[in-house]
Design a protein around this ligand. Sequence first.
Ligand code: LMR
Length: 366
Amino acid sequence: MRRPVRIAVTGAAGSIANNLLFKIASGEMMGKDQPVILQLIEVPQAMEALRGIAMELEDCAYPLLHTITLHDNVEDGFKGAHHALLIGSRPRGPGMERRDLLEINAEIFTRQGRALNDYANRDVKVLVVGNPANTNALIASRNAPDLSPCQFTALTRLDHNRAKGILANHTGACSKDVKNVIVWGNHSPTQYPDLHHANVLGRPALEQIDNNWYRESFIPTIQTRGGEIIKARGQSSAASAAQAIVDHMRDWVLGTDVGEVVSMAIVSDGSYGIAKGIIYSFPVRCDYGRYQIVQGLEISEYSRQRMTATEQELLDEKAMVEHLLPKEPEASHQELSTCIRSGVTLYADGTGPEANSKYLTTTRVM
Ligand code: LMR
């Protein structure tokens, strides 16, 4: 058996986690040969519910589940974590404005960023799920000056999967036959699900669907799908969110399928003219535990407008929390080329190459 990896999960007694943890423990996320240690984190008042979930996990006797630890604080829960899934966040309550939500969550993600900085494995891969996910990821990453901004991502794979599923259904294909859909921007109703590069059964998707349907039905359906699910179920998506988390992390760690493009919200390096330093969803491919933005795609005037609208929303969200963002790590969020191109990683025991190594000009890793 390989050495287990440590996976920290916040909001671990919530309904997304209740779907997710059993998938992780069965090897769906990290692979069928990778043992896992689950470090489950909840607020103190949910610890009893969390104990119940831990009992159920234990009762499944998963061969790959090495250890479960329960924590009522992120400082303990993030210790040594190789992967951190930040699911818990404060949902919007009645009468709350988006600004209030951003501010309340800013506190939560500031603390989580600091705790990751101080306690997680130096190569930790972070996925933020709790909304507003992109800006929460930005807050966490800006509060983790010793980690690379490239280690912080937010979930748009749910939107990506929705786009695949709904396009497959509309064209009569299977979702496995749908390739290269892209979700640009924010995990919010301004996101842009782009089919200009997608194909279905090897042929361009836009040749197989009505343009009117694409613009007037498909795009708004994907953009508002989360809200529609809340209306229908009385609570937000859980099983599909859990599946998207599994897909996002599996691809990041184990690589995307050959020829496949997926969507991940990552810190912008200025690709496609998107403002540097915001957490924006791009088309990426992953290999060797790293992601790279797919470059050189042609962007139509229509797409440009949509991409700019969702970029603007993220800039507005950033402006709302700007006073809470530490200034010192800002430069590293603007200048990513060193950490992205260096390919430097740290050793599995958490140490890195010698400080004077000619290849290492920064302690930041991707
Ligand atoms: C979703 O897309 O399903 C969720 O992000 C919706 C929500 O607000 O919880």
